[in-house]
Design a protein around this ligand. Structure first.
Ligand code: 5AD
Ligand code: SF4
Length: 474
């Protein structure tokens, strides 16, 4: 089902991504301690973290490889958001056990949310891995690897209140050279009742804005033309200078990044409906290089369900925020995350979600059936009482409606001319480029001599499906 969302047009900022491998050249091949292969799952934060991990390992003289069979060390950066995500990882770990039988020196490590959630379990009880490192323990990886080499247990799942990896320059693995992600904060304090993230990623903390600006400026210097500022809840970004009273909030950070260069596009994700302020919307309006696109997960359109989800807003509040976006940024596209079949969701509540989707006219959504996660507020407080078939049927209805909305949204673009940042070759046709417009819609168009990735081109849209626009350079 989720495959419906995985066409060329989707950006998968938040939805589960499945095991993508990374590669980067090593700088000092002589002193190489071993080769690592890293595969990432889950949200964009995880992909961004893998670039931090790669940087730390490179500093410690490990070389990256794209081929798992060449590796001395295999790392999986994992996601716990739904049960299915964890099942996929377990299957992958069992495949590595087979590989290990042929290659006894091979080490397998687990990073990220599943490492944090299961702690010693995969190492001690299930014996599927040699190393476990939670999201705040990546600086400790070289020491942990040393322990594993000596036959000891390499595990660190301490969560930190301070770690932001601010000083680590991520190794841009397999980068397209045009778009990059910058992590601006870590953790989450929201406690949505369905969500495992506060338990796996710990308390919210904001990264020093000066290191964020330096990273963005450096990317721009190196030819990148788009940065996406990442956090579980970017609107609650708040940094206080340790030595004076200087305070930077999200709107201020956004503005400073936008001022680096007028041709550096700025995006951000994810926004929380309770926190997104008019100040942020006005900052966007004042800077055309801040993209006209907001990912604003609603989760449910029914106020009682939202209350049980502990989202701290109701459907009227959400609608008012959508209206504010329309008022201040009339051209802005809005996308969402939606969960079907949460505890106690009635048929009427489900219809409220469909109605909300119509109201917000989402350009795109990531849609999921509720999956109870052990230890969360919902697991402790509410019964997972919507039958699996009902969850799935409602999910199908939500997906069907979203496809119609995306199709209508995209059809309305036919004939319009957009400024598109060229990202590279289209996946399906090497004679065409792909790139996105400010509303984050993917547009595919035939190549023209003289244009290359990183250029801005004007493209007129000629046709559209629910996932992709097709056009020509004018
Ligand atoms: N079950 C289903 N979907 C979930 N999400 C988070 N937790 C769960 C869960 N337990 C979805 C939410 C969130 C997105 C990243 O994943 O929609 O916004
Ligand atoms: Fe990202 Fe959440 Fe999955 Fe962790 S559990 S990888 S924070 S989506």
């Amino acid at each position: 089902m989720a495959d419906l969302q995985r066409e060329e047009g989707s950006t998968l900022l938040q939805a589960e991504r499945q095991g993508e491998a990374y590669f980067a050249e090593s700088t000092n091949p002589e002193s190489v301690k071993g080769r690592f292969y890293i595969e990432s799952y889950g949200c964009q934060m995880n992909f961004s973290d893998s670039e931090i991990v790669a940087s730390i390992l490179h500093e410690a003289n490990y070389q990256s490889t794209r081929k798992e069979e060449e590796a001395d060390l295999i790392l999986l950066n994992t996601c716990s958001i739904r049960e299915k995500a964890e099942e996929t990882i377990r299957r992958r770990l069992r495949q590595f056990q087979t590989l290990k039988a042929q290659k006894p020196h091979l080490q397998v490590g687990i990073l990220g949310c599943m490492a944090e959630r299961l702690k010693t379990r995969l190492l001690e009880e299930e014996r599927l891995v040699d190393l476990v490192a939670g999201p705040d323990a990546y600086r400790d990886l070289p020491r942990l690897l040393g322990l594993v080499d000596e036959g000891e247990k390499g595990i660190n799942v301490f969560l930190s209140r301070e770690e932001t990896y601010a000083d680590i320059s991520p190794l841009r693995l397999d980068a397209n050279g045009v778009t990059a992600f910058i992590s601006i904060m870590r953790g989450c304090d929201n406690m949505c009742s369905f969500c495992v993230v506060p338990f796996t990623r710990g308390r919210e903390r904001s990264r020093d804005p000066y290191t964020i600006l330096a990273e963005a400026a450096d990317l721009y210097q190196r030819g990148f033309r788009e940065v996406t500022l990442l956090g579980q809840n970017v609107d609650s970004y708040a940094w206080v200078h340790p030595e004076n009273t200087e305070t930077v909030h999200f709107a201020g950070l956004l503005e400073r990044v936008a001022l680096i260069a007028p041709d550096l596009r700025v995006r951000f994700s994810t926004s929380h409906p309770k926190d997104i302020t008019d100040e942020v919307l006005h900052t966007m309006a004042a800077h055309p290089n801040i993209c006209r696109y907001i990912h604003l997960p609603v989760q449910s359109g029914n106020s009682e369900v939202l209350e049980r989800m502990n989202r701290t807003y109701d459907s009227d509040w959400y609608k008012e925020r959508v209206e504010a976006i329309r008022r201040i940024l009339p051209e802005c596209a809005i996308s969402s995350d939606i969960i079907t079949g949460f505890c106690g969701e009635t048929e009427e509540a489900h219809h409220d979600t469909l109605e909300m989707m119509q109201f917000a006219r989402y350009s795109m959504s990531y849609m999921f059936a509720y999956s109870e996660r052990p230890g969360t507020l919902a697991a402790r407080k509410y019964k997972d009482d919507v039958p699996e078939e009902t969850k799935k049927r409602r999910l199908n209805e939500v997906i069907r409606l979203q496809n119609q909305l995306s199709y209508a949204h995209n059809q309305a673009d036919i004939g319009k001319v957009f400024e598109v940042l060229v990202e590279g070759d289209s996946k399906r046709d090497s004679n065409s480029f792909k790139g996105r417009n400010t509303q984050n819609k993917m547009i595919v168009f035939p190549k023209l001599d003289g244009f290359r990735p990183g250029d801005y081109v004007s493209v007129r849209v000629e046709s559209a499906t629910s996932a992709t626009l097709k056009g020509v350079i004018i």
